[in-house]
Design a protein around this ligand. Structure first.
Ligand code: FA5
Length: 341
């Protein structure tokens, strides 16, 4: 029996190196199976030649041997399993590519919008948001663009089936706001606008504007220009060249276009700007008819309004030459701005 015990231990030791469940099963069969050495030992014992005491002693030792073999096999199987689990869960493969965690980044337009909101709030403006799905009335009629007005052609529109539209400009909030809050008012309305446009480096069908509206007593073009200058110097934090030229919008009188000297080409002309100037902030004094539509008496109040091209402002500020990068969904565009969060 002692010999069998030693053989069993040797076989188990050998099985440790092979680390396979099959090797253990073979040992079990070799020792405890129907023809296994322990079973055969019991079968071949000649009990007729043994005294009662000897029979008793033999049976006891045989049982001890069987128990010993079973325990050893069980322990070996458990050890094998825990190694397998460890390999499955903790396997360290130094050649596998790393799983880095990335920090999120705000979109450059969001960053520009947050900055504008901060600057305007610092000047006492409220920040209001209007609906992107808008009625024809607020988008056009209330800003003095009736159904048959040629100015409707300036903004090609997406129509929904229910006669609502995707707003083409944030000016749609002017009369909404006057109706709700009356005068005096000082507010900006940043948000997304939509136009059926041919896409090029400075035109998208989905872009952002930031409208501003000031209505109070004795508001003049001087107030408008002062606010525009403050905004641009704070946004760009350096001297930028601008030009003011007459512009036509039915909801302002007089109306202007404030253009920014292109920061990419320094005004020489490039694919982003065309002729060296970027059309950035159309503006003007609020047309008396718009005040009337909003329930404000133009004999008592006057005002100015402007519509910052927020997407283009973000492009200029962050050096993005082509507007198409902004909506393309390529995270490499955003990731560059994570440090700015
Ligand atoms: C307007 O939308 C007027 N509502 C702005 C306004 C407000 C004038 C208040 C007077 C008083 P315009 O169509 O020019 O104007 O657009 C304003 C700005 O939005 C442009 O200068 C430009 O910076 C930006 N913009 C217009 N269309 C696009 C486009 N397709 N893609 C990117 N930016 C655009």
């Amino acid at each position: 029996m002692q010999q069998i015990k030693e053989k069993l231990l040797q076989a188990l030791e050998a099985a440790k190196t092979s680390k396979s469940a099959e090797a253990l099963e073979k040992i079990r069969i070799d020792f405890l199976g129907r023809k296994g050495s322990i079973t055969t030992l019991a079968k071949n014992a000649d009990f007729s030649k043994m005294s009662v005491e000897e029979k008793k002693g033999f049976g006891q030792r045989l049982n001890e041997l069987k128990n010993f073999a079973n325990e050893q096999l069980k322990a070996a199987a458990e050890a094998l399993e825990s190694v397998a689990v460890r390999h499955k869960t903790n396997d360290l493969d130094l050649t596998a590519p790393g799983k880095g965690r990335r920090l999120g980044a705000l979109h450059p337009i969001t960053l520009a919008q947050m900055e504008l909101e901060d600057i305007f709030q610092g000047m006492g403006f409220s920040v209001l948001y209007g609906p992107e799905v808008e009625s024809e009335h607020y988008c056009f009629e209330s800003v003095n663009i009736p159904h048959d007005h040629p100015a409707r052609d300036m903004q090609d529109t997406f129509w929904l089936k229910n006669q609502l539209i995707l707003r083409t400009h944030t000016s749609a909030n002017q009369v909404r706001t006057l109706e709700r809050f009356g005068a005096p008012i000082r507010a900006i309305f940043p948000g997304r606008c939509f136009r059926y446009e041919s896409i090029d480096p400075s035109h998208e069908n989905t872009f952002y504007q930031c409208e501003g509206l000031v209505v109070d007593k004795d508001i003049s073009v001087a107030n408008l220009i002062a606010v525009m200058k403050t905004i641009l110097s704070q946004v760009f934090r350096r001297d930028v060249r601008v030009r003011l030229r007459p512009g036509y919008f039915p909801f302002v009188e007089p109306g202007f276009e404030l253009d920014l000297n292109c920061l990419f080409c320094g005004g020489k002309g490039c694919p982003t700007c065309g002729d060296g100037w970027i059309e950035l902030i159309p503006c003007g004094l609020v047309h008396p008819q718009v005040l009337r539509f909003g329930g404000v008496d133009p004999r008592e109040y006057s005002g100015f309004a402007f519509g910052v091209g927020l997407t283009r402002l973000a492009m200029m500020k962050y050096g993005i030459r082509d507007i198409r990068y902004l909506n393309c969904g390529d995270l490499r565009v955003n990731e560059q701005f994570s440090v700015l969060m």
